[in-house]
Design a protein around this ligand. Sequence first.
Ligand SMILES: [Zn+2]
Length: 54
Amino acid sequence: MSVFENLRQVFRSETPDHTYECKGCGKPFELQHQVCPSCGGFRVERVDWSDITN
Ligand SMILES: [Zn+2]
């Protein structure tokens, strides 16, 4: 992971631009979806920002 990406993640933890993401394809969403519109997966889950920054 580059330094730039680290900084981006810090900023995102301050003001996250999405709350959910597909665990299948990684596509971010502001709202939760039952089915991912991108890949059709069922694993659209809430992003745990503290987990990412750790
Ligand atoms: Zn997906």
